[in-house]
Design a protein around this ligand. Structure first.
Ligand code: PDD
Length: 288
């Protein structure tokens, strides 16, 4: 089936889906995005994703291109047209198109560019991957100072993942100048210590407030588990009982190796796997 991509009001075949060469998203990375899980045909945690999208737009002073419900309709229609049952939906909004200029505030009539695409991901493949877990590679965090905004400036993340792949790892854990893990290249980073405490860095300008992270915290609280929001080092992570990442595409993904050190007995942790199994009992499912 041909993939369909939404671009500025039109649902177009993949090969024809295009934005202007002077789109600010292309020239300046002046665009934000969201990725939302699709499960059994429904968006997961839609309200939280839309809230974060609006926050990202607000922080960059990009005019909201349409109402939250209209954007959600575009996402639903993109999912439908691509017949995605399980997978993800991606929504990107750039500031718009203008002859190249660092300045933009004078261009009050600029119309944001909206792109939406949806992708299938086999549920059984994801589960098989989670049953094995992933390796991560630690490396310096070279990103800018506003990683709380979900911008498309993903080159450092892309390079970090390529470097991780070189040692057979699926994710990179980024380390700040003080030696603490900020987050993964495209996920939040967690460890579980020997007391069963779940540890993840508190949100701030240096990492993304992951929606999966937020919903997992709901689950952790509901279960009466101990959550500690504080930074941790790679050395601490390597000595942890369990480790995992969270993201809309990988949900709760066990980390079984950091650099060349196995975590625990080198297999996915029991609590991690339990949390993964129960995640969707607390996540919001969009019914419309
Ligand atoms: N990435 N941190 C970073 C840097 C991310 O890029 C992501 C998500 C997360 C987790 O956020 P959430 O739980 O809301 O997905 C944390 C998405 C999946 C991506 O870029 O494809």
């Amino acid at each position: 089936m041909a993939r369909i991509i939404y671009v500025n009001g039109r649902y177009t075949p993949w090969a024809e889906a295009a934005v202007h060469a002077e789109d600010r998203g292309f020239q300046f990375g002046d665009a934000i995005y969201e990725v939302c899980e699709v499960r059994d045909g429904h968006m997961i945690d839609e309200a939280r994703h839309m809230q974060r999208l609006e926050r990202s737009l607000g922080e960059l002073k990009i005019a909201s291109p349409m109402s939250r419900s209209a954007l959600a309709r575009v996402m639903r229609e993109t999912i439908r047209r691509n017949r995605v049952t399980n997978g993800s939906v991606y929504l990107q909004v750039s500031r718009g198109t203008r002859p190249r200029d660092f300045l933009f505030s004078y261009a009050t009539d600029m119309t944001p560019t909206i792109v939406c695409l949806a992708r299938s991901l086999s549920r059984s493949k994801s589960e098989a991957g989670a049953a094995v877990g992933i390796g991560v590679r630690s490396m310096p965090d070279m990103r800018w100072g506003r990683c709380d905004i979900k911008t498309v400036m993903l080159l450092p993340a892309s390079l970090a993942k390529e470097a991780a792949k070189e040692i057979g790892a699926k994710e990179a854990w980024l380390v700040d100048a003080d030696g603490f893990v900020t987050e993964g290249a495209s996920s939040n980073a967690w460890i579980i210590d020997k007391n069963g405490h779940l540890i993840t860095r508190a949100v701030g300008n240096d990492l993304l407030c992951g929606i999966t992270r937020t919903t997992l915290i709901d689950l952790i609280r509901r279960q009466g588990l101990e959550l500690v929001e504080r930074p941790f080092t790679i050395a601490e992570a390597k000595a942890a009982r369990e480790a995992f990442t969270t993201s809309a595409t990988a949900i709760v993904m066990p980390v079984v190796r950091i650099d060349d050190v196995p975590i625990g007995n080198g297999a996915p942790g029991l609590l991690t796997s339990k949390l993964r199994g129960e995640f969707h009992s607390v996540a919001e499912v969009s019914r419309s």
